[in-house]
Write a protein that binds this ligand. Sequence first.
Ligand code: KIV
Ligand code: ZN
Length: 392
Amino acid sequence: MESPALVKIFDTTLRDGEQSPGAAMTMEEKFLVAEQLVHLNVDIIEAGFPAASPGDFVAVKEIARRTKGSAIAGLARASVSDIDATWEAVRDAERPVIHVFLATSDIHLQYRLKLSREEALQQVTAMVAYAHSLCPTIEFSAEDATRSDWEYLCCILEAAIKAGATTVNIPDTVGYSMPSEYAALFQYVSEHVAGVEDVTMSAHCHDDLGMATANTLAAIKAGARQVEVTINGLGERAGNTAMEEVVMALRTRPDAFEHIDTRIRAEEFLVSSQLVSRITGMPVQPNKAIIGANAFAHEARMHQDGILKHRLTYEIMTPQSVGWKDTRIALGKHSGRHGLDARLRQLGYHLTAIQLKAAYVRFMALADTKKHITDDDLIYIVESGKETPSAI
Ligand code: KIV
Ligand code: ZN
């Protein structure tokens, strides 16, 4: 059987993720995350922005020296000093990558960088060529690509490829794009940039309008073969594309994505998510796809009944495939007798129909006063057989 086409996973939890307010990590914490990213089998770890601070430089250098298995990238502005610092930081990696970026939208060129389009073009050409003289693998990112003039963007990307870029990234820096537009931009670049067929096109999205995953998947359909993602969707402002969402969309809907896959070990998602959340102090919302506490929990009577009869009624992937032990039958005021019985059996209580009916009445009385019914509550309900504990 032919093996599926692969999309490379470029993880930027340690760079764009760390740019999230309040998410700063110590060097040892970054190293723990990098090790977990290797367990996940990510292709490229963007370890940081070496020119941003001495601490970042040391962290990237240590990760590059100690991490085996994934390529290690460092981010650099399009300047000699940034590229030198980045090369010094990543050069000891098994597979080093220098990631050079410059904004290409008129908004950024005019107001922030004070560069003409022609000056920016020359800077990209010179700096990508310089980076390539140091390191064989170069990614070039056209920051704010989605708000750039498409024709000009293509000139820039073509110049970057000629100068030695091996990956060209087309970021939706401010999360502005709609999926159909983002796909159309990738299509346009494929058709208008000479040499693009010999390099990897990469997608990098932010979630300002909640479109990051949809945009990333649209880009894959339009030819992107690298996606830039973070664990838990951590990242600037509303965050970056969540790795777990993209990987599981491809795995769960191979029919929708021409069987394109990644090399990711999805069973490591929950552990990775909990590690990043613990280290950064940024909690994961309970209803977050894949790794939220409620992602595989069922409270409503009808859903519990369905799940207990056949898992496929309300689950499109198994909890085990992403690292959870099992489906969770959550008990609350919406739960039915079947759900209660199933949980009691898991706790070792096999009640007769009459006992269950009585226990259910006591359970509902408690559920009306309490948001979460714990196992201790259930044990109390069965053991006491008469009273319910006071509401919390
Ligand atoms: O969002 C963005 O444009 C970036 C680039 C530096 C790749 O993070
Ligand atoms: Zn970004």
